[in-house]
Design a protein around this ligand. Sequence first.
Ligand code: SF4
Length: 236
Amino acid sequence: MNGKHLINSIYRASEGEGIFVGRPQVFVRYQGCAVGCLNCDSKDTWEFSDSSAQSLDLILNQVYEEGFQGSIKNVSITGGDPLHPAHVPHVFELVKRLKDKKYYINIEAAGTRVVDEIFDLVDFISFDFKTPSTGVKTPLRNVSKMITQYQGKFQMKAVIFDHADFEATLEAFKSLQKEGLNMNFPWVLTPCYNVGEKFPMERFAEIISINEANGAHFRVIGQQHKWIFGPDKKQV
Ligand code: SF4
């Protein structure tokens, strides 16, 4: 990559999901992901394409301009998979420069890796728990590590398509609880809203109801940007 960052896009938008929903920020979306979730809504970010290479200075400049000349100080680093080993040295460099400029940084983690060198530096980690409908698995030891090392600066997020996804998330929650870990952190269920689909009102209602009836361990938060702009629109 010759010291270049592979970037899909840099844009300003309000956070659409998770506990920061509604917060204006600048997204830095890395290009390249090898995780392969079946229901991925950003398949355009999968290819590690050298044609998307950008210099660090150019990225910092865009973050500044998209954030109304630095007045928006929240940045979300996402992808793709910004924690893929090919991205890690570059993301590390970007995080350091943004921290020097006093930005608040959230990183979106796919749940497949805990990358201490980056997690120690950022302000917040949004860590995925991959459910069966994604076709990918988050090792429970990764969640344990998040709980023991990063308490107070992370949220878990699980995309829920059906009952099997809810059951798998509940089972993970209970077995972590059984280990005696401190489960007092936000764990968000994101009802799946697929590209090309109509707003899945029944799925939302069902997930809210099964969460209430099964211990109410989770927060159900949909993807607000999809309600407003539709499930297919990018950079919103
Ligand atoms: S980790 Fe993210 S970008 Fe990669 S396949 Fe899964 S949902 Fe898509």
